[in-house]
Design a protein around this ligand. Structure first.
Ligand code: GAP
Length: 519
């Protein structure tokens, strides 16, 4: 197999997702809808398994966290109180020649990423030159070329952060001009002014046009939790510290919607708001930051593909914020945010609704507005993470009727859409009936597939391509001693297992429990 770039691999992954029923462009027969996607038969199973892993990790493993499911539509005042009407904006800029629209901040970030890549190139060259004696730290702190690029990066970054903090749109534009950033389509620097663009989708509620109320499709699920804080606290007699978790759809009219399901206009979030005593929030922030990373690592993914990123610019509601970033094929990018949201949301909802939203702390004999630590992760980004991490093209020994290359999705077994496939070696001599009987026995516990078409090797390859961790093959020996072979997706090794022991055997291999225990 020839060497391929990450970009090519990513393109192949997108094609693979469509070919194998994971993800399709929305309304494709009408040429699709930009940044909206549908999940196919395997995609939905993977997505549901990810959601269950997250939900169980919150609800089953924490006696002080409960779940809710709030409506997508909320009273419009919600979004004034939350700050989204006033401040949920992206700075956009148009290129006058190509008529293409960009996020001004993204253009600058991409420029910075290019400069950082230049440093990496220098490091790579030096690594080759000096071999095992190469000292990276020494090199990047002394090499003249690297220092020059680093100085440029630091200077742009300082101006960038300042412009974002002050929401200074002219300053953002000036950085784009000074850095000589060109439109990737027209190649020109003929830019418009930078303008603010609110990301919320609006719709009308009510049947009579002039009486209809403008409402928004929620841009985050968190507000459904905040407005229900008192309902849950009182009905559940919850004592601080406690959390409320929710999984649901969110909508953002993203200007730059790219990179497949990484940035979508309709997506799903898994959010948990943890309510704490004022003054303890930064301790809880550390607790949740570490806990959420453990959730990711418990899937068995290489820890080097993860890193924390501290926010340079804090959102309007936060006093601390970190992203958990993952190394996607297009670089390290945010998959989850952990935010210390202070008492901003509850305080503002109290102000805007005129209702008292406080908690009486019996230990302190005092009422206060709780502070909040939020963990917020995109379901779709997790799907992409699992698929990008798992997609592997490799050279292997031929199996019956197959070539010596295979595409395999190394999805953590507990998250795989199909847990096992039962395959009769041949479609006769009663092997097919025996195989079906095994499916009937196991289907209550696991998502199973039965497949009798084509050579056994081709069937293995089909299961590899959708990430099925185990293939159970029924052969003539099965008829004699009631044993089957179990083929492991990753090692392609087979072992003989009695049919009677299959339930237990598979349970140990593919249950969520083993992951949950590691958190
Ligand atoms: N309640 C806080 C909040 O919404 P965020 O950083 O804007 O914070 C949280 O979003 C997570 O939601 C992100 O880390 C990402 O995984 C996911 N997300 C945000 N925008 C998205 C989009 N347009 N498409 C897919 N996922 C998105």
């Amino acid at each position: 197999m020839s060497t391929v770039t990450q970009e090519e691999i990513f393109k192949k992954l997108i094609a693979h997702c469509k070919e194998y029923g994971f993800i399709f462009p929305s309304s494709e027969i009408y040429d699709g809808l930009s940044a909206v996607y549908d999940y196919g038969q395997y995609g939905v199973e993977l997505k549901n398994n990810i959601k269950k892993y997250w939900w169980d990790s919150m609800i089953l493993l924490n006696e002080n966290i409960v779940g809710i499911d709030a409506a997508i539509f909320m009273h419009p005042r919600t979004w004034e109180a939350s700050g989204h009407v006033g401040a949920f904006n992206d700075p956009l800029i148009d290129n006058k020649d190509s008529k293409k629209r960009y996020r001004a901040d993204v253009l600058i970030e991409e420029h910075l990423a290019k400069l950082e890549a230049k440093i990496e190139k220098e490091v790579e060259k030096a690594t080759k030159k000096f071999g095992s004696s190469f000292d990276r730290q020494m090199f990047v702190t002394t090499n003249a070329r690297v220092l020059e690029i680093q100085k440029e990066i630091d200077s742009i970054r300082t101006r960038f952060v300042e412009a974002l903090e002050k929401t200074d749109l002219n300053a953002l534009r000036q950085i784009i001009l000074d850095c000589e950033i060109v439109c990737p389509i027209s190649g020109t620097r003929n830019w418009t002014e930078v303008r603010q663009f609110n990301l919320m989708f609006e719709t009308k509620m009510g049947s009579v046009a002039d009486e209809a109320m403008t409402i928004y499709l929620r841009p985050e699920t968190a507000q459904g939790i905040f407005v229900n804080f008192l309902n849950v606290q009182k009905s559940g007699r919850m004592k601080i510290p406690f959390g409320i978790a929710q999984i649901g759809k969110a909508f953002r009219n993203e200007i730059v919607a790219r990179q497949f399901i990484f940035r979508m206009r309709e997506f799903e979030q898994m959010e948990m708001q943890f309510f704490v005593r004022p003054g303890t929030e930064l301790d809880w922030f550390e607790v949740w930051k570490e806990k959420r990373l453990r959730w990711h690592l418990a899937m068995g993914i290489d820890p080097n593909k993860y890193r924390f990123h501290k926010h340079d610019k804090l959102a309007h509601y936060a006093n601390a914020a970190y992203d958990i970033e993952f190394q996607f094929p297009f670089g390290f990018k945010e998959v989850e945010g952990i935010h210390s949201r202070t008492d901003f949301d509850l305080g503002n909802h109290a102000k805007f609704s005129g209702k008292k939203i406080t908690y009486f702390d019996p230990e302190l004999n005092q009422s206060y507005v709780p502070y909040v630590i939020e963990t917020s992760i995109g379901v779709d980004r997790m799907v992409l993470l699992i698929l990008a991490n798992g997609y592997t093209e490799e050279k292997v020994d031929k199996e019956d009727g197959t070539g010596d290359e295979r595409v395999v999705l190394r999805i953590p077994p507990a998250l795989a859409p199909v847990k096992l496939a039962v395959l009769p070696l041949v479609k006769k001599d009663g092997l097919d009936e025996k195989a079906r009987a095994i499916v009937h026995k196991l289907r209550y516990e696991f998502n199973c597939q039965y497949d009798e078409k084509d050579s056994i090797g081709r069937r293995y390859r089909r299961q590899d391509a959708i990430g099925t961790p185990y293939c159970i093959t029924v052969d003539h020996q099965t008829l004699q001693d009631d044993t089957v072979t179990v083929r492991d997706r990753d090692t392609m090794q087979q072992e003989r297992v009695p049919i009677d022991g299959l339930l237990r055997y598979m349970g140990e291999k593919v249950s969520l429990r083993s992951m949950l225990e590691k958190i």
